[in-house]
Write a protein that binds this ligand. Structure first.
Ligand SMILES: NC(=O)c1ccc[n+]([C@@H]2O[C@H](COP(=O)([O-])OP(=O)(O)OC[C@H]3O[C@@H](n4cnc5c(N)ncnc54)[C@H](OP(=O)(O)O)[C@@H]3O)[C@@H](O)[C@H]2O)c1
Length: 267
């Protein structure tokens, strides 16, 4: 199985590195094509993959093609790709908002997997949601899933609406966590902690809470009950969040991202 990644930027490089470092592919089986000369040089320096500046020399050889360019690059890229494709190739799109139907139509292909990656893929803790066109077989989907899993975990969703929905949860989600962290850092500094102490207090609190959650089968709600005793400090904080309707605000933010993902798909 030969894999080609088109676009060696943030996401293309992240997935390429995940696949290259896994036992699934060796160097000769992983190709990257990028139009930027500067990018090609730095990809070559990585020494993990075969780097191409000419689509004709790599695209016809690929069994699975990851498309990791910006959505607006498609207008230029797809017409170049179209004459070199064959009906057995599988296309895995990392592009936000580009539908399976558009990829099938513009490339004249059938087998398409659409994904929604997220940023922690950079450190092997990403979550990729994905869904596929009906022409992708179970075995092919398993191969794609194994490749996606090299950057963390993946979740198969029923249809493209859930790809847009996962944009609102996991795709844009890391920024919500950073927002929360930033607010807690600001509060810590206002209370008089140094920059370094604030960072340790906040980052360990997040890391510890996530580990506790992952290593138990207790819901966040139950964890909140456990730490918040009546009349205590944590209860005072949670009551303040409840009074300010923070839960509703977070839900609205997630839906704003979901709605925007739908809009982008329609543009
Ligand atoms: N970054 C994220 O957190 C994230 C999250 C979810 C989804 N995504 C999706 O991932 C995709 C890639 O995003 P990114 O942040 O990785 O973009 P990026 O860093 O800009 O990488 C895209 C790369 O593709 C190159 N390129 C442009 N046109 C090309 C062409 N015709 N053929 C081959 N290569 C070409 C670009 O070169 P130039 O720099 O010279 O243009 C650049 O090196 C996007 O569609 C985005 O929606 C990203």
């Amino acid at each position: 199985m030969k894999v080609l990644v088109i676009g060696g930027g943030n996401m293309g490089l992240t997935y390429s590195q995940g696949m290259a470092k896994s036992s699934l592919l060796n160097r000769k089986k992983l190709m990257i094509y990028d139009t930027s000369t500067e990018k090609q040089e730095s990809l070559k320096d990585d020494g993990l993959f075969d780097v191409y500046d000419d689509l004709e020399r790599c695209l016809p050889d690929a069994d699975i093609v990851f498309i990791a360019v910006k959505p607006y690059h498609c207008d230029e890229l797809f017409p170049k790709m179209k004459p070199m494709l064959n009906y057995q190739q599988i296309f895995v799109s990392l592009m936000a908002g580009v539908t399976i139907g558009k990829i099938q139509e513009d490339l004249g292909v059938k087998k398409v997997v659409r994904t929604m990656p997220n940023l922690p893929a950079k450190v092997g803790l990403g979550v990729t949601s994905y869904t596929e066109s009906e022409e992708v077989t179970r075995v092919e989907l398993l191969m794609v899933r194994n490749l996606l899993d090299t950057t963390g975990e993946s979740i198969r969703v029923k249809n493209e609406n859930f790809i847009n929905a996962s944009t609102g949860i996991s795709g844009s989600g890391p920024a919500y966590v950073f927002y929360f962290m930033q607010s807690m850092l600001a509060a810590a500094k206002k209370m008089g902690f140094s920059d370094n102490d604030s960072k340790v207090l906040v980052s360990m609190t997040f890391e510890g809470a996530v580990k506790l959650f992952n290593e138990s089968d207790i819901t966040p709600l139950k964890w909140m009950d456990r730490v918040a005793s009546k009349g205590g400090t944590t209860r005072a904080a949670l009551d303040s969040m409840k009074d300010n309707n923070v839960e509703k605000l977070i839900e609205e933010a997630a839906y704003a991202a979901f709605d925007r993902a739908v809009e982008l798909g329609e543009e």
